[in-house]
Ligand binder design. Structure first.
Ligand code: FAD
Ligand code: DHB
Length: 392
C-alpha cells in the first residue's frame, strides 16, 4: 500500500492531521490498532482552547461544537471554602469551549470517511523503517491478521504515549525529560445535571477536586487520589461524599447534586517531553512526544496544535517546495510544548495536596492562591495560559 503521509494513530492528532492534509490536497492513510467504537468512546479531555476551537471551525468541524458544546468565559478556583472567579474575556479577550474529545473524534472519523479518507481500524503498526532514506515505510498487522506495508514520503506517529513512534527514533538523537507525581485522578461520568455553570477547580486539605461537564444532563468530575488507587475501593457513595467535602463552601447554600455514575477511571499524573520531535522522515505529534498532567487541560490542545503546525509545513513543501516549515517543526512545536508543560506543572502544584509537602510549602501554596484571587496580573497569567497563548 502506498500513500503520501503515513499516519499512525486515530486519536485527535492523527485524525485532525489527516483532515487538514486532505483539505490541502495531500493524501494520507491512518493506521489505528483499536476499533472505531473504542476510539469514539474513550473518555478523556473536555476543554478546547480558543484558538483550537477557531481552527476546528475554519476546517469545517465547528458546527456541532457550537450547537451542542458550551462557551465558557471563566473558571472558579475554590479554596479555604471560598470561590474566586477567573474572568477569561476580561483578562485576555479569549474564552474556551467545553466540548468532549469523544465528540471531536466522532466528527473527525465521520468527516474523513465521508471525504473518502482511509482509516484502517484494527491495524496495528509494528515497525517503522527507512526513516533516514527517501522511502520510509510502516509495517502493520491488518484487521485480518495479514502482515502489510504502508509506503510513504513521511511517517507521522500520532500513536500516543504507548505507541511505537517515539521508540523508533534512534537512541543517540533522543533526549527525554519526565516527572511522575505521587497522585492520580479518579474520573467519573455521571447522569446528573452539572451543579455549576463553569468549571470548579477546588483545592482542599484532603486533595484536589474538579467539577466539569459534558452536557445539560451529564457531569464529569475528578478527585485527586493516591497513585496506586484501585477504582474497586471507591463505591459511588464514597465518591460523592468525598466530592461534596472537597467542594464545600463556608458561607453558601451551594450543594453538589448527585446521580448514577456511568464510568470510573484512574489517570496517572505525569509530565514527559521528547526532544527532538522529528528525525529524518519521521515526525512525532501529540501524546507520542509529550504528556502533561491534566490540571491545565492542555493535552488535547497541544496534540491539535502540533498537527496544525505540521500540516502547514507539509503544505508549504508539497505546494511550493519550501522545506523550512518541516525543518523548524520540532523547534517550534517544542516551544509551545514547554510552555504548556510549565503551566500544567504549575497548575498541578498549585491545586493538589502533595503528601510529602511540609507545612512551609503548604503555606506557600495558600499564599500563591490568595495572590491569584486578589491580583489581576496574576489571574491574567493563569487565564492567558488556560485559554491558549496565541503567540507561542
Ligand atoms: P491518543 O488520543 O492517545 O491517540 C493515540 C492513538 O494511537 C490511539 O487511538 C491508539 O489506539 C493508537 N495507537 C497506539 N499505538 C498504535 C500502534 N502501534 N498502531 C496503531 N495505532 C496505535 N487534554 C486537554 O487538552 N484538555 C483536557 O481537558 C484533558 N483532560 C484529560 C482528562 C483525562 C482523564 C485524560 C486521560 C486525558 C486528558 N487530556 C486532556 C489529554 C488528552 O486526552 C490527550 O492529550 C489526547 O488524547 C492526545 O491525543 P493524541 O491523538 O496525541 O493521542
Ligand atoms: C476536563 C479535564 C481536565 O483535565 C480539565 O483540566 C478540565 C476539564 C474534562 O474532562 O472535562
Amino acid at each position: 500500500m502506498r500513500t503520501t503521509v503515513g499516519i499512525i494513530g486515530a486519536g485527535p492528532a492523527g485524525l485532525f492531521l489527516s483532515h487538514l492534509l486532505h483539505q490541502r490536497g495531500i493524501e494520507s492513510v491512518v493506521l489505528e490498532r483499536r476499533d472505531r467504537d473504542y476510539c469514539e468512546r474513550r473518555q478523556r479531555a473536555g476543554v478546547v482552547e480558543h484558538g483550537v476551537a477557531e481552527a476546528l471551525r475554519e476546517s469545517g468541524l465547528g458546527e456541532r461544537m457550537d450547537r451542542e458544546g458550551f462557551r465558557h468565559d471563566g473558571i472558579e478556583l475554590r479554596f479555604e471554602g471560598r470561590g474566586h472567579r477567573i474572568d477569561f474575556p476580561g483578562l485576555t479577550g479569549r474564552h474556551v469551549m467545553i466540548w468532549a474529545q469523544t465528540e471531536i473524534v466522532k466528527d473527525l472519523i465521520a468527516r474523513r470517511l465521508s471525504d473518502g479518507g482511509r482509516i484502517l481500524f484494527e491495524a496495528e503498526a509494528t515497525a517503522i523503517e527507512g526513516i533516514d532514506g527517501e522511502h520510509p515505510r510502516v509495517r502493520f498487522a491488518s484487521a485480518e491478521g495479514a502482515e502489510e506495508t504502508l509506503e510513504c514520503d513521511y511517517v507521522v506517529a500520532c500513536d500516543g504515549f504507548h505507541g511505537i513512534g517515539r521508540s523508533s527514533l534512534p537512541e543517540e538523537v533522543v533526549r527525554t525529560y519526565d516527572k511522575v507525581y505521587p497522585f492520580a485522578w479518579l474520573g467519573i461520568l455521571a447522569d446528573v445535571p452539572p451543579s455549576c455553570d463553569e468549571l470548579i477547580y477546588a483545592r482542599h486539605d484532603r486533595g484536589f477536586a474538579l467539577h466539569s461537564m459534558r452536557s445539560e444532563s451529564v457531569s464529569r468530575l475528578y478527585l485527586q487520589v493516591p497513585a496506586d488507587t484501585d477504582t474497586a475501593d471507591w463505591s459511588d457513595d464514597r465518591i460523592w461524599s468525598e466530592l461534596a467535602t472537597r467542594f464545600e463552601l463556608a458561607d453558601s447554600a451551594w450543594k453538589l447534586d448527585t446521580g448514577p455514575i456511568t464510568d470510573k477511571s484512574i489517570t496517572p499524573m505525569r509530565s514527559f517531553v521528547t526532544e527532538p520531535m522529528r528525525h529524518g522522515n519521521l515526525f512525532l505529534a501529540g501524546d507520542s512526544a509529550h504528556i502533561v498532567p491534566p490540571t491545565g487541560a492542555k493535552g488535547l490542545n497541544l496534540a491539535m496544535r502540533d498537527v496544525m503546525l505540521l500540516a502547514e509545513g507539509l503544505d508549504a513543501w508539497y505546494a511550493r517546495g519550501e522545506a523550512s516549515g518541516l525543518d523548524s517543526y520540532s523547534e517550534q512545536a517544542l516551544r509551545r510544548v514547554w510552555r504548556a508543560e510549565h503551566f500544567s506543572y504549575w497548575m498541578t502544584s498549585l491545586m493538589h495536596t502533595d503528601p510529602a509537602a511540609t507545612e512551609f510549602e503548604h503555606r506557600l501554596q495558600q499564599s500563591h492562591l490568595e495572590h491569584i484571587a486578589a491580583c489581576e496580573p496574576a489571574a491574567a497569567a493563569l487565564a492567558e495560559n488556560y485559554t491558549g497563548l496565541p503567540h507561542v
